[in-house]
Design a protein. Structure first.
Length: 396
């Protein structure tokens, strides 16, 4: 099975160890329809892949959207402030809910539905609550959403926690998969056109949380509560009958369209031990797949052909002309704020030189199925890639 990895958590509030895969079916929608809660009208969403680690499925209450007043999309600072504030607030909500319910209720909250929040809510039942409806946790979190105001120190600590988590993930990757994520983060900063909403979102840095403006956050929180009645709206998930090219159906219309540069090679200078260190990876190919709902559908031919598959490459060496070698191609499939991206890279254990990695990536770049993948599998979207990424590591 190829590596399937969604990274909406990269800019999400909770640390990596609180993330796990969660696939929710349409049966969940039926449950909420019968309990009287209103289904969100924001379009359907892709199945979620994060939840509190080690939480049994039977303890999960459901998945929800918290709709927020959006920022000024014409202003990059407004967009980044909203991201920083909602990320920090999510961390505060997680902690407050656990403390207020003595650990009975837990939430995993992500900013992946920007400008809104995405919530997986769970309950650990006690003998006295077995058989009761799971409304207590919903009510508790709703009450916190509407009324709880954290103190200045709690706000600052939540922001610093996020800053440390970001720095740890991007400067000390624990695996090649995380290195590929770091490469994607750095590349998207160059791929999205400057001035677009997505460029502002992917450009946020740990320093934003290290110098967090507590007063502005409190003002933002008050404005959110004045603007609308904050609710937990159950999500509706996309079935196979949903047209992935329809922004209304897939929920992709919630953000203004962000244009990207034309397909071209990109050189990323990355400092050893510095931000976005790429580990052993030196070459990659990045392709945009369109709306995140594509990950819920049939696997694309390019994914089947390359991801976790062995490929034969040929290159010339001084000592061995026309050398041939079998290498394994790995994939990172990632969602960034409803945009789906795939990173192809050669397993460093097989591509032991930069030349081998480059040859493997050039083959992928020119493959007709990969080019089709960059066009959203033929959904008439503007092609996003393929982008060949060369990582040039420096000591400074």
């Amino acid at each position: 099975m190829y590596v399937l990895h969604f990274l909406s958590f990269l800019l999400a509030p909770a640390p990596l160890f609180r993330r796990a895969r969660l696939w929710l079916g349409c049966a969940l929608c039926t449950f909420f329809l019968t309990t009287g809660y209103s289904i969100s009208n924001e379009g359907c969403e892709y199945p979620n892949v994060f939840s509190p680690t080690f939480t049994p499925p039977k303890n999960r209450i459901g998945e929800f959207r918290i709709s927020l007043e959006p920022p000024d999309y014409q202003n990059a600072k407004s967009v980044q402030d909203h991201l920083a504030f909602s990320t920090t607030w999510a961390e505060l909500l997680i902690s407050r809910l656990a403390n207020q319910t003595n650990g009975r209720c837990s939430a995993n909250i992500s900013v992946s539905l920007f400008p809104d929040l995405r919530v997986v809510l769970s309950e650990t039942p006690s003998p006295s609550t077995l058989g009761n409806a799971p409304s207590h946790c919903i009510e508790a979190l709703t009450e916190i959403l509407r009324n709880a105001t954290p103190d200045n120190n709690s706000i600052k600590q939540a922001a610093l926690l996020e800053a440390r988590g970001l720095m740890r993930r991007i400067s000390n990757p624990a695996s090649d998969l995380m290195s590929a994520s770091n490469i994607l983060t750095a590349a998207l900063n160059r791929i999205y056109d400057a001035g677009t909403v997505m460029h502002a979102l992917v450009s946020i840095e740990p320093g934003t949380f290290q110098s967090f403006d507590v007063i502005s956050f409190i003002t933002w929180l008050k404005r959110q509560r004045l603007a609308r009645r904050l609710e937990l709206d159950p999500l509706r998930f996309c079935g196979r009958d949903v047209d992935p090219g329809s922004p209304i159906e897939t929920g992709a219309q919630r953000l203004p369209y962000s244009s990207t540069i034309a397909s071209s090679p990109l050189v990323l200078p990355i400092r050893i031990g510095g931000p976005l260190f790429s580990g052993q990876l030196r070459y990659a190919v990045i392709v945009g797949e369109g709306a995140a709902v594509n990950f819920s559908r049939a696997t694309a031919p390019a994914i089947e052909k390359y991801c976790d598959q062995e490929r034969t490459i040929a290159w010339d060496m001084d000592s061995v002309p026309h050398a041939i070698k079998a290498v394994r191609i790995r994939c990172l499939r990632s969602v960034r704020f409803n945009d789906a991206w795939t990173v192809f890279y050669c397993d460093p254990k097989d591509c032991t030189s930069e030349q081998q990695a480059e040859v493997a990536m050039r083959e992928i770049e020119n493959d007709s199925d990969v080019i089709l993948l960059a066009k959203g599998g033929g959904t008439n979207m503007v092609a996003r890639g393929p982008y060949v990424i060369a990582i040039k590591v420096t000591a400074e």
